[in-house]
Design a protein around this ligand. Structure first.
Ligand code: AMP
Length: 308
């Protein structure tokens, strides 16, 4: 089942304690698409400037991402500049240049208007809704956002959330969006905004999925040498929604399986800069790490009756 995604396609300048890269391929829709492409076909809606290189376009095409909805216009591609300290959990944004996104009006190719699975990746919530409004009754709508939009476009974001089934968000943003310091209370508040499922990403501490009557926790994979966390959240979302679109199993079990797929894809992404690790994965590697995750949390029943 194809997924339609709208989000940023970007050039990123990133510094981490392990190195830096200038104007490399990034963007929420880019990371999402490449991660999801290992599970299901992806249709990308977005915009790039005429500085977008043929090699970067080819990276997406090599993963079979359908680019009919990627407009190219005169101007510069979205640019984000950020850095991380040794605590790789939180990015410090140094610069955000919307560039060609400022005047972007998404137009969905006719056949895409019946997409069943939709992911509104991190981008202006006005644009997220403009895309959603063109789609005829999707089966599942999931969404991501960040502090930039929570601070700058709160009302519009709340309007988007009222149309969304699943919100994926990091812990600091969940607190900021809800005004609650405790994550259980934050998730409950976010449920009241619309999304019935709230996935809180906690970097190296894993992810929590909150639903009306259940909570599920997945660890992050303990990596010896994470290099660059940029795009981890979007890769998580790509594995998560990709798995759901592939299995079409929206039950509690299906959602839990998808959370682990998200964790798997995020864990690979942080092993290198830009899309360098994600685009070179094999299905065997993905299957292997999924099994490693199962082993990581497997334990047996404990005998709690007292020995006599
Ligand atoms: P993540 O690390 O998964 O939260 O996402 C990182 C990606 O988000 C980077 O590749 C950036 O290009 C992109 N990004 C950063 N700020 C924004 C923004 N305000 N809107 C859309 N995308 C952004």
């Amino acid at each position: 089942m194809p997924i339609l995604v709208v989000g940023s396609v970007a050039y990123d300048s990133v510094r981490t304690p392990f190195g830096e890269r200038e104007r490399v391929l990034g963007g929420s829709a880019t990371y999402f698409s490449v991660a999801a492409s290992y599970f299901t076909p992806v249709r990308l809606v977005g915009v790039v400037g005429n500085d977008f290189s043929p090699q970067d376009r080819q990276t997406l095409l090599d993963r079979g991402v359908d680019l009919q909805g990627l407009q190219e216009v005169a101007g510069k591609t979205f640019h984000w500049k950020g850095e991380y300290g040794y605590d790789l959990n939180s990015a410090k944004t140094l610069e955000t240049h919307l560039n060609v996104f400022a005047g972007f009006r998404p137009q969905l190719p006719g056949a895409w208007k019946r997409s069943e699975f939709v992911f509104l990746a991190n981008i202006d919530p006005d644009l997220q809704r403009e895309v959603l409004g063109q789609i005829h009754r999707p089966q599942l709508t999931a969404c991501d956002t960040m502090n930039y939009w929570i601070e700058g476009k709160r009302e519009s974001l709340l309007e988007t959330l009222s149309h969304v089934d699943i919100l994926l968000i990091n812990d600091a943003e969940a607190r900021q969006l809800s005004g609650e310091g405790n994550l259980v209370r934050a998730a409950a508040k976010i449920h009241s905004f619309g999304p019935k499922t709230v996935v809180v990403k906690r970097g190296e501490y894993g992810a929590l999925m909150f639903r009306a009557s259940s909570v599920f926790a997945a660890p992050a994979f303990p990596l010896e040498q994470p290099i660059d966390p940029t795009g981890a959240g979007d890769s998580f979302a790509g594995g998560f929604v990709g798995c759901l679109a592939r299995t079409r199993d929206l039950s509690e079990d299906g959602l839990r399986q998808a959370i682990v797929c998200g964790s798997v894809m995020a864990s690979f992404n942080v092993e290198d800069f830009s899309l360098d690790r994600l685009r070179r994965l094999t299905e065997g590697e993905i299957r292997g790490r999924y099994r490693d995750f199962a082993a990581l949390t497997r334990f047996s029943e404990v005998p709690v009756h007292r020995e006599v």
